[in-house]
Design a protein around this ligand. Sequence first.
Ligand code: NAD
Length: 260
Amino acid sequence: MLKGKVAVVTGSTSGIGLAYARAFAEQGANVVINGLGDAAAIEAERTKIESDFGVKALYSDANMLNAEEIGGMVKLAETEFGACDILVNNAGIQHVAPIEEFPIETWNTIIAINLTAAFIATRAAIPGMKAKKWGRIINTASAHALVGSPFKSAYVAAKHGIAGLTKVTALETATFGITCNAICPGYVWTPLVEKQIPDTAKARGMTEEQVKRDVILAAQPTKEFITVEEVAALAVFLASDNARSITGSMQQIDGGWVAE
Ligand code: NAD
């Protein structure tokens, strides 16, 4: 479905981003992966994408806190693969604390990685997409782009900001064959979530199953985690030609969370 396309996925060394990169590659796209982490582990994921799917994969070590490096990541796709057809703004971090105790520095970092980096990458990718009259920009937002939760001020603000950026990007690119949409997942089973469970169980004197159902999934009516593969399948659809008229949308994949 995506043969000949090039996808750049920020924050794709683990979790949802890695699933996006693998799903695009499975559809025949060459991919640029990006993110932090152990160099050997990243290189292993990169070569696995190439051997599993017979496409080319490059790694960009661009830090989403650095505007020049973000621009360089898009340039890398354009110079090495000839284009950045699909841009997925996915890198994100979280911090949980009451507003009055929330470190200002941490607020600034979350806004920079979760919101400003998406603006900078989008800004860099649009000229090439306009020239080709084809492009797909997919922003990993969150259920927290649509509703709030206590103690997550910076994250919720950044994700609501991503919703606004998605709409404006869609409007500015609508006549150029480019779409821009946000994916709004509820709780997705990623290493980030998995690692919290044993400690939370210990701290609360609960079983791990109770933590999953009654603490983490309290807001998710299905009481089941979403898988990274489900989120990636939605991104593949949004990147397809069949989705050419879907733009400026918030795609909920949240087990019913924001319906409540
Ligand atoms: P994750 O921690 O597994 O992945 C985050 C990725 O971002 C990693 O590849 C990491 O290296 C990268 N990253 C972090 N800081 C970076 C920086 N400064 N520069 C470059 N890369 C950086 O987490 P995930 O759960 O896969 O989250 C991916 C996205 O999905 C995030 O935007 C997150 O907000 C969103 N999301 C996650 C969930 C969930 O339940 N897991 C739910 C809704 C939305």
